[in-house]
Design a protein around this ligand. Structure first.
Ligand SMILES: N[C@@H](CCC(=O)N[C@@H](CS)C(=O)NCC(=O)O)C(=O)O
Length: 233
């Protein structure tokens, strides 16, 4: 089993936490984002979306981190409570995975990550959208009153949501006042799963450092993102 991943990307970190939680041995193949290794034709054969991470399970290539999380449980740990079998419980897990993929992480990606790596600004509109998504997250957690995002036990849905929120920690975005339940869940995860958090914490520290000193991607040619000229931030 191989995982093509980056050290600070939330989807990569979510998959790495799952591999650790499920005790699945794997080879971590580091993709050099700055050298645009994921944009090559060769990489595109594994993942036509040219995104990181990609799982290579003996020639079976799978991208989209949520699909990877689901596959790992279904194939290697079908009895694991990380992906409960009961249809309603599983539906909530799937919902939280979709919520992060479609509603929360896009806002974090646009507000936190894109301005660190590329020539984008943090905007009022971006902040509004982020707060809207965090409001929804706070409501879900408050409504269920559970320790984890999809119930009282840890599930694969916690992993991507933890990696989303760690991006906010990296830029010192305060959750406590408006999102105390999100803050409590996040702190609870760190405390209860120190071994898993240690994986994501390293990524968080890298992003925190990049927030202060943005990486020099001036040598990169990206099909979409505007590259920042050195010394302009
Ligand atoms: N929905 C995908 C998103 C993966 C993703 O966007 N990964 C980033 C790195 S953290 C990436 O590869 N971006 C492509 C690029 O910026 O060129 C997943 O969950 O796996």
């Amino acid at each position: 089993m191989k995982l093509y991943a980056v050290s600070d990307g939330p989807p990569s970190l979510a998959v790495r936490m799952a591999l650790e939680a499920l005790n699945i041995p794997y080879e971590h193949i580091s993709v050099d984002y700055g050298k645009a290794e994921h944009l090559t034709e060769e990489y595109g054969k594994m993942n036509p979306q040219k995104e990181i991470p990609v799982l290579d399970d003996d020639g079976f290539f799978l991208s989209e981190s949520n699909a990877i999380l689901q596959y790992l449980c279904e194939k290697y740990a079908p009895e694991s409570e990380l992906y409960p079998k009961d249809p309603k419980e599983r539906a909530v897990v799937n919902h939280r995975l979709c919520f992060n993929l479609a509603f929360l992480y896009p806002q974090i990606s646009a507000y936190v990550m894109a301005p660190i790596f590329f020539d984008y600004e943090r905007t009022e509109m971006g902040l509004k959208k982020l707060n809207m998504a965090l409001d929804a997250f706070e409501t879900y957690l408050k409504r269920t009153g559970t320790k984890y995002v999809a119930g009282n036990g840890l599930t694969i849905a916690d992993f991507p949501l933890v990696t989303s929120i760690m991006c906010l920690e990296a830029i010192a975005f305060k959750l406590d006042e408006k999102y105390p339940t999100v803050q409590k869940w996040y702190a609870g995860f760190k405390q209860a799963h120190a071994n898993l958090w240690a994986i994501t914490e390293k990524g968080m520290e890298e992003i925190r450092e990049f927030e202060k000193n943005p990486p020099d991607l001036s040598g990169m040619v990206h099909p979409i993102h505007p590259i920042r000229k050195v010394g302009t931030k």
